[in-house]
Design a protein around this ligand. Structure first.
Ligand code: PLP
Length: 216
């Protein structure tokens, strides 16, 4: 099942687009099933679960953190994360930079943009993103942007959300040549990843379409 789902996604996904298999709320055995099928990049959104899986599962897995991160949980996430996709506030960014300097490391991050219509969803405004990019702090490498489109069946709305984050991405690439590591655009989930490809996704984050409904 899991291996068939992966195979069918890969048959449509351009080879240069990275697939993050979102394994949150799925047990270790199911992550291993995907691993045995060749998948090496996984995403989790809860610090405790992220750390537990990172420690127990094979060490050649590339782990992405994709959820809301409180500053008192950094030590569960930053030692294991290849990419923190969900930097959603200046406060969190400051704390990650502080951790990086203390540990003499550079943390790869994406800036999470608020693009959906839901008020409740987190993320930085365009202005905040531009402000950070014009004055990039030490301790992090800003690799690109992440966003979640509105949770809706209205395809036009999803398209307008993706179009806005793509426009911001283009603006930063053109306007801030000093950000030489900035290239990634992480958009697209189980329900909308095919649309996201049309808007320049370089990373898609897919859970349900690989693992089925979440288990716990
Ligand atoms: C859960 C989650 C996903 C995957 O969602 P699916 O609809 O199951 O593919 C992608 N991105 C983020 C940030 C998530 O929290």
């Amino acid at each position: 099942m899991i291996s068939e789902n992966l195979e069918s996604i890969h048959s449509e996904l351009p080879p240069e687009v990275k697939l993050v298999a979102v394994s949150k709320f799925h047990p270790i055995e199911e992550v291993m099933e995907a691993y045995m099928a060749g998948q090496r990049c996984f995403g989790e959104n809860r610090p405790q679960e992220f750390a537990a899986k990172a420690v127990q599962l094979p060490q050649d897995i590339e782990w992405h953190f994709i959820g809301h991160l409180q500053t008192n949980k950094l030590k569960l996430v930053l030692p294991y994360a290849s990419l923190v996709q969900s930097i959603d506030s200046q406060h969190l960014l400051d704390a990650v930079c502080f951790w990086a300097r203390e540990h003499d490391k550079t943390v790869d991050i994406l800036l999470e943009c608020h693009i959906g219509q839901e008020e409740t969803k987190g993320g930085l405004t365009d202005e905040e993103v531009l402000e950070i990019c014009s004055n990039p702090p030490a301790g992090v490498r800003i690799r690109g942007l992440m966003g979640m489109a509105s949770n809706t069946d209205d395809e036009e709305l999803i398209r307008s959300d993706f179009a806005r984050i793509k426009a911001l991405h283009d603006k930063i690439r053109a306007g801030f040549p000093a950000l030489k590591d900035f290239s990634e655009l992480s958009i697209g989930m189980s329900g909308d990843w095919r649309i996201a490809l049309e808007y320049g996704a370089t990373i898609v984050r897919i859970g349900t379409a690989i693992f089925g409904p979440r288990r716990y």
